[in-house]
Design a protein around this ligand. Structure first.
Ligand code: XMP
Length: 520
């Protein structure tokens, strides 16, 4: 698989100990224009060294360092001369492995906490431009009770004598709090200091260089062989197709699959937008009968995703056969798809159709995923850099499994028609209210719940439809949008009047986490 780790950027390695915020640490590092990669904590030392990291960050994690089998690193990592910043579990591990002492405290420190710098902290480059007293975000019971030799406490809280500590000579640091969350006032500055003042980052992570490097990498990998690119019409696959087209020109054929699970008007919208912005050949494959018959009666969300993932690839294989032997299959997988589909250290949330949903044996020599290391906002920046039109770059995402994961329970053609009609009304009204640019994603979900209503003196027993609108930049976390009540009322009125079999509308107000954006 093609990814960016072989490129020439300075790299910070984040070792993931199973904490919920490893991804957030990565976001913060990249926002500071430094490339980083999240690796499982048990990655062999040789693989870490291969990346020549300028710095290493240990994430938090749920374990206790002295438990049997608790995650730990090869102690030789501390002797590489590479700066290390341990966060939460990571700081306790660093102290423990260097012969300090970690104890279980009597008080659990959780949430906003006052942090005070010591004079050693004030003298360290890690704390440059940071106030002597500030608010940080804590989540721990155990704490570092005794520092290893050579370390000094950099900051304290009421319950934590070594809330931050470091050894400036060896450039090893630990913070018990979470600098990656926004509640920690000095967090961004601290991570910036670690990268720029301790690791000597130059800030070479920049989208214009990334485009040039990906194109060169694709050229080298694909050579003069034919390639097929999966196109969904969204920003990820459009950016992918553009990169491949720039790399290998007319060796590329794009395939857009009509799964029968698309929204109203989607096929012509995608075909028109693509033809207007790309010179690549595009085939639309109508596989709706295959998808709908394979999904008949299937209710489990993961089962739906697996069936769809398999059928997508089989459809691409069938299209490839019509061309002859096609060596490479390119798809627009991005970093959150990879992480959320499950890694050795993080739980599987959902099998994204293009990652965990792929069958094991496929009829291509290799899969190429040039955006596999990028976050959504980075892909958008890359799209603009490549000259794609703004309406395509900011098109709201539509998941590969389509309406299948917005119909709870089994999928039928009738339910698809109901959902399509309702979703179109919602989308049209949001656009009419001029809110489509402000919302990151908005859609309707057909629940499997039916309830009693009354229409024209008649009793009805019909579906409950849910509306969802979220605001997010990276789609890893999201907030429910505060839609104007008048808009919701208008949409609800139109849907129950115009779409048969819906008699009740609800608006979802949960954030991600604990919900996800899609319902399945
Ligand atoms: P969740 O529901 O995981 O969604 O909070 C995060 C973002 O990913 C989209 N999504 C998918 N996109 N294939 C895709 O191409 C998938 O299998 C898939 N599942 C979720 C979702 O629409 C949201 O933008």
């Amino acid at each position: 698989m093609s990814n960016l780790s072989s490129f020439s950027h300075q790299t910070v390695v984040i070792l993931d100990f199973g904490g919920q915020t490893a991804m957030l640490i990565a976001r913060r590092v990249r926002e500071a224009h430094v490339f980083c990669e999240i690796l499982p904590w048990h990655t062999p030392l040789a693989d870490i060294k291969k990346r020549s990291p300028i710095g290493i960050i240990f994430s938090g994690g749920p374990a206790f360092v002295t438990d049997e089998g608790a995650p730990a690193v090869d102690p030789a990592l501390y002797d590489l001369g590479v700066p290390i910043l341990g966060i939460c579990y990571g700081c306790q591990l660093l102290a423990h492995q260097l012969a300090g002492r970690v104890e279980v405290g009597t008080v659990r420190e959780y949430g906003r906490t006052n942090l005070r710098l010591t004079s050693a902290g004030q003298g360290s480059a890690l704390w440059k431009n940071i106030d002597g007293s500030s608010i940080c975000w804590m989540s721990h019971t155990s704490y570092v009770a005794q520092l290893p030799a050579g370390f000094a406490a950099h900051a304290t809280t009421d319950n934590c004598p070594s809330a931050a500590f470091g050894d400036d000579a060896r450039r090893l640091y630990g913070v018990q709090f979470h600098p990656e969350v926004t509640h920690t006032a000095c967090g961004r500055q601290l991570l910036h200091n670690f990268m720029y003042d301790i690791c000597h980052a130059t800030g070479d992570w920049d989208m214009s260089h990334v485009a040039t490097e990906i194109i060169a990498d694709l050229k080298a990998k694909i050579g003069d062989k034919p390639v097929l690119c999966a196109l969904s019409g969204g920003v990820d696959s459009s950016v992918t197709a553009t990169l491949v087209e720039k790399a290998v020109g007319d060796q590329l054929t794009c395939v857009f699959v009509d799964t029968g699970l698309l929204r109203s008007g989607e096929v012509s919208e995608v075909v028109d937008a693509f033809s207007a912005s790309s010179r690549a050949r595009l085939i639309t494959a109508d596989a709706s009968d295959q998808f709908l018959s394979a999904l008949a009666g299937v209710t489990d969300p993961e089962a739906k995703r697996k069936i769809i993932g398999e059928l997508f690839i089989r459809t691409f294989e069938a299209e490839a056969k019509k061309i002859g032997h096609v060596n490479f299959f390119v798809q627009g997988t991005i970093y959150p798809d990879v992480i959320e589909s499950g890694s050795p250290t993080s739980a599987r949330i959902k099998s994204h159709h293009n990652v965990g949903g792929l069958p094991e044996v496929i009829d291509f020599d290799d899969i190429v995923e040039p955006l596999r290391s990028l976050f959504k906002d980075e892909v958008r920046a890359l799209g603009l850099e490549l000259g794609l039109p703004e309406n395509l770059v900011y098109r709201q995402p539509f998941p590969g499994p389509g309406l299948a994961i917005r119909i709870i329970g089994d999928i039928t053609r009738d339910k698809l028609d109901i959902l399509r009609a309702a979703d179109k009304i919602f989308r049209d009204e949001v656009a009419a209210a001029g809110l489509h640019r402000e919302l990151s994603q908005y859609f309707a979900v057909l629940t499997n719940l039916r309830s009693v209503g009354v229409m024209g003196d008649e009793r009805t027993y019909d579906y409950v439809l849910a509306l969802r609108a979220v605001i997010t930049t990276d789609f890893m976390t999201a907030q429910a949008a505060h839609l104007p009540y008048e808009l919701l009322e208008k949409v609800a009125g139109r849907i129950v009047n115009e779409v048969k079999h819906i008699n009740r509308i609800v608006y979802e107000v949960t954030s991600k986490p604990p919900s996800t954006i899609e319902w399945e």
